[in-house]
Design a protein around this ligand. Structure first.
Ligand code: PGA
Length: 245
């Protein structure tokens, strides 16, 4: 059985005062689903020492272990600050920083070497979807971004259609199921039982009001949530929906 995962991606949001939202989420140790919050890097250490039963993650790391890379952060630094996970290949990184599948794969290896779980993101643009290329695009991203050596323990996959992120637009559950079933088949084909055990998250405009039907969808093992993870009042009900699913 795959343990469900409710993951929050705060993106470039949150000053120290935002840590109060973690207090408001409360101790999640008894939660059936795993709960993960990825705050900005500046808050990781404080967040990790503050929470119980909530995993803390980074939003990116460099592929190298250390060196002359001004402004970057190494996976070992995230781990040292108390992170257990790192989001990699988010579409905003791919678009804003030109990250390609190879870059994402090298970062995943660095994350594993530091003992972090890599949350690897894939997703099509609206142009891709309208051209009927969704499964090809997402499948290509998956094969290029997930290195050999991926396991159920060290890797989570997040399917995030670019056109659904921050837009309030959500694919139909049939569209989500089509992609998640295809991703599952590809993961099982490549990694066998480990691929069957990898969690597949859906991401893109997940809210309390649509969480139930998304979590009831085939091969959806949880969500990667942006905007609705910033406030405990919004994220708490999403965790509850996942626990009830
Ligand atoms: P959103 O972002 O929930 O605000 O759409 C999701 C994400 O980018 O991970």
């Amino acid at each position: 059985m795959r343990r469900k995962l409710a993951a929050g991606n705060w993106k470039m949001n949150g000053l120290s005062a935002a840590l109060a939202e973690l207090d408001a989420l409360g101790d999640q140790s008894a939660s059936a689903a795993e709960v993960l919050i990825c705050p900005p890097a500046t808050l990781i250490a404080a967040a990790a020492s503050r929470v119980s039963g909530i995993a803390i993650g980074g939003q990116d790391c460099h592929a190298a272990q250390s060196g002359a890379h001004t402004g970057d952060i190494a996976a070992s630094m995230l781990a040292d600050a108390g992170a257990s996970h790192v989001i990699l290949g988010h579409s905003e990184r791919r678009a804003d920083h030109g990250e390609d599948d190879y870059t994402v794969a090298t970062k995943a290896i660095a994350a594993w070497e530091a003992g972090l779980v890599a949350v690897i993101c894939v997703g099509e643009t609206l142009d891709d979807r309208e051209a009927g290329r969704t499964l090809d695009v997402v499948g290509t991203q998956l094969s290029g971004s997930v290195p050999d050596g991926a396991s159920a323990a060290n890797t989570v996959i997040a399917y995030e259609p670019v056109w659904a992120i921050g837009t309030g637009k959500v694919p139909t559950t049939e569209q989500i199921a089509e992609v998640h079933d295809d991703l599952r088949a590809r993961l099982v084909g490549r990694f066998g039982a480990e691929g069957d055990g990898m969690r597949l998250l859906y991401g893109g405009s997940v809210k309390a009001s649509n969480a139930d039907e998304i979590f009831a969808t085939s091969n959806v093992d949880g969500a990667l949530v942006g905007g609705a993870s910033l406030k405990a009042a919004d994220f708490g009900p999403i965790i509850d929906a996942l626990n009830a699913s």
